[in-house]
Design a binder for this molecule. Structure first.
Ligand SMILES: [Zn+2]
Length: 80
């Protein structure tokens, strides 16, 4: 099990999500939960990407990542 940590520096919020070793995406449910925890406000322009993250501190086991949205609401985890 690996750990994805997502942050939003505008609201000073963070969430930690568990991802199985062989899965390289967040489920739609996890993305939804992250959006709610990191911002949760309608019409807010704070965040970026599928999970409304902000700032460079998005990581998978400490490695910096970018989330790429998929059409079904899930998000691919890409290391950068
Ligand atoms: Zn916000």
């Amino acid at each position: 099990m690996r750990t994805v940590r997502l942050t939003n520096s505008f609201h000073d919020t963070a969430i930690t999500l568990r991802v199985p070793d062989k899965r390289d995406y967040l489920t739609a449910r996890q993305v939804h939960r992250a959006r709610r925890e990191l911002c949760g406000r309608r019409d807010c322009q704070c965040g970026h990407g599928p999970a409304l993250t902000r700032g460079p501190d998005q990581t998978l086991d400490g490695t910096r990542i970018t989330l790429v949205p998929d059409s079904d609401g899930s998000a691919w985890i890409e290391t950068c």
